[in-house]
Design a protein around this ligand. Structure first.
Ligand SMILES: C=CC1=C(C)c2cc3[nH]c(cc4nc(cc5[nH]c(cc1n2)c(C)c5CCC(=O)O)C(CCC(=O)O)=C4C)c(C)c3C=C
Ligand code: FE2
Ligand code: FE2
Length: 361
């Protein structure tokens, strides 16, 4: 019976010869997993209900005691919300592939990162993506990587700003998956990158590209972040501070004043106070006060999704125009653009140090 492994040095493994009484061992590789939030399988009631139930049962997202929250969620919220959210998703659905734009874009980002890392490390690095809620699940991807020989995994939650409701729950799910494995891979989780120079530069360039094609510059640029309950900030979640820092760095990089670049928070859910000002109210207030042209971007989202394409570009646009605004310009997320992919690869190269060996030549 084989009693030792010769595949434990990064980049030095080789295909194993498995005797009959021993499980086959593939060559050692390093896995990279891009983790995004999630997505329903369809826009119908049951797909939406399944997705929202998983999402909104996560105590990192909504932290009320289970006994109090589950009856409200299952008995009230999940009778109505799947219909309204289903309509919102239907209005932005990628009908060609029958999937949400978030899924399409996350796949494109993964393919681009895979190609970039293959050029640097050859096939010793395996790249894939998972979703915290819905499919492909975190566990399924970790299991697939382990079966393919990944003894080390770099786990990258695609959230520029850390939040318990996003980064931490993505990591929790990865560690939950590891709990079930006989042979647990080593894991590195990638920290938030809210102040990374390439991230700030990519955001700035996306603004400059849109402004360059405009006849008249917007009076204000709104950076709209997904909100969280204000209580989370008071309890120590750094999300609010990291959002403000991203916007300050972007403002400096673009040479804008405090008045020209504003910070707002969107997507309020439930009766609690969330981070303020609320985007939907702020743009209406600005229009009523005489602002006619705004541009708006969503730096907390690595991909366009229902929260940007529907909430910002439909609901919040309507709020601004209805209150007297005239020109509303939505600046898309970084998505699978070159600058974004280069930034992701730069961060991954840092995190892969000591684990992945550059390919010869
Ligand atoms: C109810 C509590 C929620 C908290 C807290 C929350 C935090 C949070 N979310 C994102 C990023 C995304 N959220 C998305 C959708 C979405 N978010 C909530 C609720 C909370 N989010 C709901 C109910 C939904 C579903 C849509 C809806 O019914 O309104 C998405 C889009 C997913 C997609 O497939 O398009 C993203 C991305 C962040 C960054 C964040 C806190 C920092
Ligand atoms: Fe959300
Ligand atoms: Fe929303």
């Amino acid at each position: 019976m084989a009693d030792e492994t010769d595949r434990d040095q990064p980049g030095q493994g080789r295909l194993a010869h498995a005797p009959a009484d021993h499980p086959a061992q593939p060559r050692a590789r390093v896995g990279v997993i891009l983790s995004n939030l999630g997505t329903p399988d369809g826009t119908d009631y049951w797909s939406m209900r399944r997705y929202l139930s998983e999402f909104l049962s996560d105590s990192r997202v909504i932290d009320y005691p289970r006994w109090k929250w589950q009856p409200i969620l299952q008995g009230i919220i999940l009778t109505k919300r799947p219909f309204s959210s289903g309509r919102a998703y239907a209005s932005i659905w990628n009908t060609e592939r029958d999937e949400s734009p978030l899924l399409t874009t996350t796949r494109e980002q993964t393919e681009a990162v895979r190609a970039g890392l293959a050029a640097l490390f050859g096939d010793s690095v395996m790249v894939d993506f998972c979703m915290r809620y819905g499919n492909p699940s975190t566990e399924s991807v970790i299991r697939r990587m382990q079966a393919a020989g990944c003894e080390r995994i770099v786990f990258f939650p695609l959230y520029p700003q850390y939040a318990g409701a996003t980064t931490a729950t993505a990591n929790d799910q990865a560690f939950r998956a590891l709990m079930k494995l006989k042979w647990q891979p080593s894991i590195r989780t990638v920290p938030a990158y809210y102040d990374h120079p390439l991230y700030i530069d990519a955001l700035a360039r996306s603004v400059e590209a849109v402004y360059a094609g405009m006849e008249r510059r917007p009076e204000h640029l709104i950076t709209s972040y997904h909100g969280v309950p204000k209580r989370y900030l008071m309890e120590g979640d750094p999300y609010h501070c990291q959002c403000r820092k991203t916007s300050r760095l972007l403002r400096d990089r673009l040479g804008m004043s405090d008045d020209e670049l504003k910070v707002t928070f969107q997507s309020k859910f439930g009766p609690e106070e969330w981070l303020q000002p609320y985007t939907v109210e702020e743009v209406a207030r600005m229009a009523r006060a005489g602002t006619r042209r705004i541009a708006i971007m969503a730096p907390a989202f690595s991909s366009d999704c229902v929260e940007t394409l529907e909430e910002i570009n439909e609901e919040i646009r309507e709020s601004f125009l209805h209150a007297g605004g005239e020109e509303f310009t939505y600046i898309p997320c970084l998505n699978a653009g070159d600058a974004h992919v280069a930034m992701l690869i730069d961060i991954l190269c840092r995190e892969l140090q000591g684990w992945a060996v550059p390919a010869a030549g």
